[in-house]
Design a protein around this ligand. Structure first.
Ligand code: CTP
Length: 409
């Protein structure tokens, strides 16, 4: 059987192919041909450097679509804007992905059309790195690819062998057929949480004292946002209810911004029913019992005394729901001493199925930092994970959650 007789595995799938400037760009022409054979529609974007290796005309002929090269020409009415170009695709493929474009993507630079599209897209991204072995092994490139992978960017290759520069080693772009297979996998992935609904709380809450002051805490929202992103990547329809943070909203996640614990509770209850609830927010335990209508001034009446009332416990409320209690309720326990003991007690007290416990004493740098060391406490025992980035902890937690639902379905 010849390849052209194969069933069109990519029928109606829309690929946005970004060709960056490397000698492997010539292989991307073959990639376009093979994608077209499989029924995919291919839109091509070329960087300026890519045009030194292959011509836009060759890519346009093979893709049967016009090729885009300039960021600002896309502002023409007749052209598709860069946002549409980046969104009207099922998958964004970067092949070859040079050290330069990986660095731009890792940093979030948007100085040209290709990097702008990578920043503007909310679709999965697959990169096929290609470069000299020393460049590939350089700590800067390795850090960039690790950053991208932690954000969910998919990678195919590079392989090793003879490189165009005459050196031998890793850095050779995956062959077009390998890239096609990776594209097929990316577009027909096994999404274990497809059809499930997940609710995630994240960040701190701010409890007002007067119009300008509030009580807050140091939660960055990094862990909660990463969990929302990871659940969404596994196919769950994900609602993220978050207090004030500087974290970007993960692509594809429904985002509800709140300030206070009571607003967070209302937003969570509105979001139910859900199959999964992960309460990662650092909710303020107390709020001022009355909020001054005007800014409290110095001098008048001496030093102000605040009276606190307890905030509702969102985790305990969700875990204690009747008919619409999520099948799996996961809480966090931020502790500064006797981490496991406090966390086990918290799991029972709040009625959570699992508690993810972490040590947040200042020496650990967990609050606001990127690394987290957690213990997952369930009714069956304690699973202690090694220190990992918050993105890695999130992926691992989402995978563990997915397992529960795989068993159920
Ligand atoms: N939590 C919540 N609502 C609150 C307080 C906490 O949903 N009002 C949730 C957090 O999102 C987390 C878990 O409860 O999942 C534990 O939070 P933590 O701050 O560790 O516990 P507290 O209940 O505040 O207990 P303590 O301050 O005594 O440690």
């Amino acid at each position: 059987m010849t390849e052209t007789l194969l069933a069109p595995s990519l029928a109606d799938r829309r690929i946005l192919l970004i060709i960056a400037g490397g000698i492997a760009a010539y292989k991307s022409l073959d990639l376009i041909r093979r994608l077209r054979e499989r029924g995919a529609s291919v839109r091509v974007v070329m960087t300026e450097a890519a045009q030194q290796f292959i011509t836009p005309l060759a890519a346009a002929s093979l893709s049967e679509n016009s090729v885009h090269t300039e960021l600002f020409s896309l502002t023409d009415e007749s052209e598709m804007g860069h946002i549409r170009l980046s969104r009207e695709a099922d998958l964004v493929v970067v092949a070859p992905a040079t050290a330069d474009i990986l660095a731009k993507a890792a940093l979030g630079l948007a100085g040209d059309l290709a990097s702008t599209l990578l920043l503007a897209t909310n679709k999965p991204i697959l990169v096929a790195p290609a470069m000299n072995v020393v460049m590939w092994n350089h700590p800067a490139t390795q850090a960039n690819i690790a950053t991208l992978r932690a954000r969910g960017v998919l990678q195919v290759g590079p392989g090793s062998g003879d490189l165009a520069c005459g050196e031998v080693g890793g850095g050779r772009m995956a062959e077009p057929l390998e890239i096609v297979t990776a594209i097929e996998l990316a577009l027909a992935p096994h999404l274990p949480l497809q059809g499930r609904r997940a609710l995630v709380t994240s960040g701190p809450t701010f409890e007002p004292i007067d119009p300008v002051r509030y009580i807050g805490n140091r939660s960055s929202g990094k862990q909660g946002h990463a969990i929302a992103a990871a659940l969404q990547r596994l196919g769950a329809e994900t609602i993220l209810v978050a207090g004030p943070t500087h974290e970007p909203v993960p692509p594809g996640v429904h985002f509800i911004a709140v300030e206070t614990a009571r607003e967070m509770l209302d937003a969570c209850l509105d979001a139910l029913p859900a199959d999964i609830a992960v309460c990662a927010a650092a909710v303020a335990d107390w709020r001022a019992d009355s909020v001054a209508e005007q800014k409290i001034k110095k001098g008048a009446g001496g030093t102000p005394v605040l009276h606190f009332v307890e905030n509702p416990d969102i985790l305990a409320t969700i875990a204690g729901r009747g008919g619409d209690r999520p099948a799996l309720v996961v809480g966090f326990a931020a502790e500064t001493e006797d981490v496991l003991g406090h966390a086990q007690a918290k799991r029972r007290r709040k009625g959570a199925d699992w508690v993810v416990a972490n040590d947040v004493s200042p020496a650990t740098g967990t609050f606001g930092g990127d690394i987290n060391t957690v213990h997952v406490i369930t009714a069956d025992g304690i699973d202690s994970w090694p220190p990992a980035t918050k993105a890695e902890v999130a992926s691992r937690l989402a995978a563990r959650i997915a397992k529960v639902f795989e068993v159920q379905s």
